[in-house]
Design a protein around this ligand. Structure first.
Ligand SMILES: Nc1ncnc2c1ncn2[C@@H]1O[C@H](COP(=O)(O)OP(=O)(O)O)[C@@H](O)[C@H]1O
Ligand SMILES: [Mg+2]
Length: 344
């Protein structure tokens, strides 16, 4: 990108990174590494970059936009007021302010963040996703006769594997009820129960608004955790020590074969469009040993840390980090928000 831009980076107020990394442990750095990496690389690329830490103060955002007039808001928010589904309203607010931003539009965020609504839309489009039942919080437990054990119990709206552990896989009704109650109590959200898909765990990154490009198919390998425990629990995703101990890592998916790879890429693009996504996203899949592929969820605005899955798969596909960030900014600048239609 040749032009120098004024970039307002939106982030949670507790994640505003320090100027340099010295004196922090890896686990500490991990907390705000995305924010640090994005800021550092964009500054390095010659842009004027400002961090805006937000918790619940919309006035701060309004003032920053009015006073500083950023070319683009780089959206790294994952929540607002501590509520993870509220960041979509901030993006809606950016649209009302006619402020270009990076990442997904509010409609795509609203649909993709709601796993049940997503699955309803996906099944209309015949995009395979595990069969499911919803267990609402505060309702009487009524087991579903339609689903075949083993089942998998998770939150209908939380992400980052909150509430996901080995005990999420349940073999009978007693365990199912226990785990549904656990999700209700611990995450205070509805519980989504799906048929458990044993097999490989695959991720596909996508960038684009109209024309979509996919990043190479990525796979999580579970190392010494072995086949039975091969799910991305909270610990598997976030605990560096645990990852090292068990040799858990992610990298290019091997040996899929061109037909399976093409099928997964096509599914990713169809799902992205079906869910009205824009900017960039990561699709989470499971693949059965017989080759059957199921979409678990579509993640809008996935983690952009340098060295993490999304950036690594982009680099593998020929988009080094700075180029990736510029591509995301370009997509944000080009996004045809509705207000543009009415521009003079
Ligand atoms: N139906 C399922 N079958 C097998 N594994 C699942 C299923 N649903 C979720 N998982 C496992 O749990 C992880 C997190 O689930 P996911 O739906 O992606 O939620 P999150 O938003 O927390 O990432 C997945 O990456 C996968 O390993
Ligand atoms: Mg996921």
């Amino acid at each position: 990108m040749k032009r120098k831009l004024r970039i307002l980076v939106l982030m949670h107020e507790s994640l505003v990174p320090p100027d340099d990394l010295s004196g922090y442990s890896d686990q500490e750095i991990n907390e705000w590494k995305t924010e640090y990496d994005v800021m550092a690389f964009l500054e390095n690329a010659g842009h004027e970059v400002r961090a805006l830490g937000l918790y619940d103060n919309l006035a701060d955002l309004r003032h920053a936009i009015r006073d500083w007039r950023p070319d683009i808001a780089f959206n790294l928010l994952q929540e607002f007021q501590g509520i993870i589904t509220y960041d979509q309203h901030i993006v809606a607010y950016l649209e009302l302010m006619r402020q270009p931003y990076t990442g997904c539009n509010p409609r795509g965020m609203m649909i993709s963040r709601d796993k049940v609504l997503s699955k309803q839309v996906l099944s209309y489009h015949r995009i395979p996703t595990p069969s499911f039942a919803l267990f609402r919080r505060g309702r009487r437990f009524k087991p579903s006769a339609r689903l075949t054990y083993p089942l998998f119990v998770k939150s209908a709206t939380e992400d980052a594997s909150l509430g996901i552990a080995q005990a999420s896989i349940v073999e009978d009704e007693v365990r199912l009820r226990e785990r549904v109650e656990f999700i209700h109590d611990h995450t205070r959200t509805d519980a989504l129960v799906e048929e458990f898909i044993a097999g490989r765990e695959l991720y596909v990154g996508i960038c684009g608004n109209q024309r979509l490009t996919t990043l190479p198919v990525w796979e999580m390998s579970f190392g010494s955790l072995g086949e039975t425990a091969a799910i991305a629990t909270r610990k598997v995703k976030w605990d560096l020590g645990y990852q090292q101990k068990h040799g858990i890592r992610t990298g290019p998916a091997r040996g899929l074969g061109p037909a399976a790879e093409q099928a997964i890429i096509r599914l990713s693009k169809r799902a992205y469009r079906a869910l009205y996504m824009s900017g960039y996203a990561r699709m989470d899949f499971r693949m059965r040993p017989d080759g059957g592929v199921y979409l678990l969820e579509a993640n809008c605005n996935p983690n952009l840390s340098y060295g993490e899955d999304f950036a690594e798969s982009a680099a593998h596909g020929g988009h080094a980090y700075e180029k990736l960030l510029h591509r995301i900014i370009r997509l944000g600048l080009d996004y045809e928000a509705e207000w543009r239609t009415f521009e003079a």
